[in-house]
Design a protein around this ligand. Structure first.
Ligand code: ATP
Length: 582
């Protein structure tokens, strides 16, 4: 329930006065609807339905007498005209309320979407390292759709409740005793149905878990489709998919069954109650036939409202787990939020390195608990500014982790990183990243043109600057040969390009940023000797103008380094000054 209240409060905070006008509009629609029904009394009276018994219908008596003083031929069109007018106003109001309701709902969902996306974008790298990406997709798509539906249902529920209250008021006017009887019956049934609402929540929990597995599986399997195809694992994954979608089907059917049974119970109860009601009215309360007729009309309109309230409540309860997922993700993003780095000016500050980066007693581990193993242990090393430092070591030795620490992406668990002798803190860690150009092991290109990919890091870069960066990364020739040149769209994650071509484009992008620290994480591993040699030469020419850190396996890459750090199981086991060694 706290999750629901939290979201109601959030909705109130977002919509402000609009929420209250919306509720007022709902009440007005309900009122007009009630008046419409109430007009039926004089109408029916005019048509002679009540015989001489109109005096027993509260309020109607005065109307009827006034109308009777006119002749029927004149009164009927007046009455019908008023009826049409009232219903038309109600219809117009309802239309306006529906449009505004949809605007409110969509606005609120966009507000939630933006909050979560912004929360993710502002979260630190460790947050992403520790979580499955598919869980974010799941929350931002499937869970958000359920919350959107719940928001719509909440408004519907408010509208149903407003309608119901107004109808009850009208019904009370007509007959307090019989309305009380209907209400007590409704309350008794709602009480008996409480367990069904709890069941709806349990089914909703299951829906969240299943759709989370679905998203995780799809992301994994499609990401690894080449492995699946080349190892003939299709049947295994098909079995998994069949089984999971079977459970999803059962889950959705269970919820539909729950709702259908509830509706069926309400319908049977309605029939039984109407029968009892007519019997009691006639035999016990001796209600006049005209009034009885009206009460039946009111009852017939009131009861579906009870059913709607119950059904809405079941659906809203089934969406509570989705609301909880959203809230949980927001909380986690908040806890992992990085500090802003523009000091409120809107212009991010960079942090150039003049002397060097130093690690002093740096420890790091990925696991959250104290027992988990360190990926880096007591690292003491210095990366001189303007020089090229190579980090080498076996797979899993901690090279990428060390680079992430040096770039300010990860924070040491113990120890300090110093930039020009000044310890890197929470605020300065982000600033350092403005000075970094990074090329990853598995380079990433957006599904856009080469130009857009390059300009993503510097929107104001001129055409010559783009070509200069491409020349640097030895990619100018192949880009020129592409059918659309710079405007060629590179496929999903750049798959339409070869690994080496992607690496070269990402290197061009990194250079375009004019970084003061260039980090290459095995960035030339996919290149042929000729292209690697061209890039090595270009990088060599950069020495003295920027600090270069490379993770490398090939001797050819290390050869030009000024310093080599050798890592083994998270420790620096050797630090060689190449210049001295030469
Ligand atoms: N996201 C992660 N969660 C948990 N442990 C991790 C994570 N990333 C890396 N590790 C662990 O940290 C250690 C160092 O990994 P790291 O990726 O830094 O090694 P590496 O030297 O760069 O390896 P490679 O050359 O294979 O890329 C390894 O034992 C690895 O299992």
């Amino acid at each position: 329930m706290t999750d629901l209240w939290f979201y109601l409060n959030r909705l109130r905070g977002f919509a402000g006065i609009r929420l209250y006008t919306q509720l007022a509009a709902m009440i007005a629609v309900g009122l007009f609807d009630g008046v419409g029904i109430y007009l039926l009394a004089p109408l029916l009276g005019l048509l002679g339905f009540f015989g001489g018994s109109s005096g027993s219908i509260p309020l109607a008596a005065g109307w009827l007498d006034a109308l009777r003083s006119l002749n029927v031929a004149a009164a009927l069109p007046v009455l019908l005209g008023v009826y049409v007018l009232v219903m038309a106003i109600q219809a117009l109001l309802q239309k306006e309320q529906s449009i505004r309701g949809a605007q409110l709902q969509q606005g609120f969902i966009r507000h939630l979407r933006l909050r979560i996306y912004e929360g993710l974008m502002r979260s630190n790298w460790l947050f992403f390292v520790r979580r499955r990406r598919s869980d974010f997709h799941h929350v931002l798509t499937s869970e958000l759709a359920r919350v959107s539906q719940a928001t719509y249902l909440l408004m519907q529920l408010a509208s149903s409740l407003a309608f119901t209250v107004i109808q009850i008021a009208f019904a009370f006017w007509l007959s307090a005793k019989l309305t009380a009887f209907v209400l007590i019956s409704g309350a008794a049934i709602a009480l008996a149905m409480r367990r069904r609402i709890r069941r709806a929540k349990a089914v909703g929990n299951q829906t969240s878990l299943l759709s989370q597995s679905y998203y995780a599986g799809l992301t994994d399997h499609l990401g690894g489709i080449k492995e699946i195809k080349s190892n003939r694992l299709e049947a295994f994954y098909l079995d998994w998919f069949r089984s999971l979608t079977g459970r999803m089907e059962a889950n959705f059917t269970a919820f539909s069954r729950l709702q259908a049974v509830t509706e069926c119970l309400y319908r049977i109860a309605a029939a039984a109650l109407i029968a009892l009601f007519v019997y009691l009215s006639y035999e016990v309360f001796r209600v006049a036939p005209g009034q009885l007729m009206l009460i039946v009309i009111i009852f017939a309109r009131l009861w579906p409202r009870f059913t709607a309230v119950q059904s809405n409540a079941e659906q809203i309860y089934s969406a509570i787990p989705a609301i909880r997922s959203l809230r949980q993700l927001e909380r986690e993003c908040e806890a992992a939020r990085e500090s802003a780095d523009d000091e409120g000016t809107g212009i991010p500050r960079a942090m150039p390195v003049k002397q060097g980066i130093e690690c002093s007693g740096v420890f790091f581990r990925y696991g959250e608990d104290e027992q988990s193993e360190y990926a880096l242990k007591d690292i003491n090393a210095r990366i001189p500014a303007g020089k090229m430092t190579a980090i080498i070591g076996k797979s899993g030795a901690g090279k990428s982790t060390l680079v992430d620490i040096l770039m300010g992406l990860l924070e040491p668990v113990r120890g300090t990183v110093l930039i020009d002798g000044v310890p890197l803190g929470e605020d300065t860690r982000n600033l350092l990243r403005h000075s970094v150009g990074y090329v990853a092991q598995d380079p990433f290109l957006f599904h856009a043109s080469i130009r857009e990919n390059l300009q993503a890091v510097r929107p104001d870069a001129r055409e010559e600057e783009l070509w200069e960066a491409l020349r640097f990364s030895a990619s100018d020739d192949f880009v020129r040969r592409l059918p659309e040149g710079l405007d060629t769209i590179v496929g999903d994650r750049g798959v339409r390009l070869s690994g080496g071509e992607r690496q070269r484009l990402v290197l061009a992008r990194a250079m375009l940023r004019r970084p003061s620290i260039l980090v290459l994480d095995e960035a030339t591993s996919a290149l042929d000797n000729e292209n690697e040699a061209r890039i090595q030469e270009a990088i060599d020419r950069l020495k003295g103008t920027m600090t270069i850190i490379v993770i490398a396996h090939r001797l050819s890459t290390i050869r030009n380094a000024d310093q080599v750090l050798v890592l083994e199981r998270g420790e620096v086991v050797r630090e060689e000054d190449q210049q001295l060694a030469k």
